[in-house]
Design a protein. Structure first.
Length: 151
């Protein structure tokens, strides 16, 4: 039996019973405290990323806050939100390769501290190029790259 690897687009449209809200338990309470965690469906993270207009940015933490508020939970799941942002980014690139013009602007989604994400399609160089094309200034601190935030 051969196993066909799923495309990012296929993964984006799988819900696996998500979204759901679960109680924060066990080891998670040390880091996240008491309350509930919203685990989004991949398509929900993609929908938030799609809404970020040219010239604007969003962090994965802001996405988590939106997910938490939407589902009336204490926090948005840090693990699944990050994974689903990665899936959304790769799905957008698959759609672009297939000729679709209006893709999710994944490059506008940054890590929590405005850091570029090396796991996105084409790595740091590609995200940096796309952000600079939209007028953002990228600064390097050590081996990491960040969007310069004007105060």
């Amino acid at each position: 039996m051969t196993y066909k690897k799923k495309s990012a687009v296929e993964k984006l449209h799988e819900s696996h019973g998500l979204p759901k809200v679960v109680k924060i338990t066990g080891k998670m309470t040390k880091r996240w405290g008491q309350g509930t965690v919203a685990i989004p469906a991949p398509i929900e993270v993609d929908a938030i990323m799609k809404k970020v207009p040219k010239g604007k940015l969003i962090t994965i933490n802001e996405i988590r806050q939106i997910i938490a508020k939407k589902h009336k939970a204490t926090i948005g799941c840090p693990i699944t939100c990050g994974i689903f942002a990665w899936i959304a980014a790769h799905a957008a690139e698959e759609e672009k390769a297939a000729g679709k013009k209006d893709i999710t602007p994944w490059w506008r989604t940054l890590k929590g501290d405005s850091e570029l994400n090396e796991k996105y399609p084409g790595g740091i160089e590609n995200q940096k190029k796309l952000l600079e094309k939209e007028g953002h200034k990228i600064i390097q601190k050590g081996k990491k790259y960040f969007v310069a935030i004007d105060d």
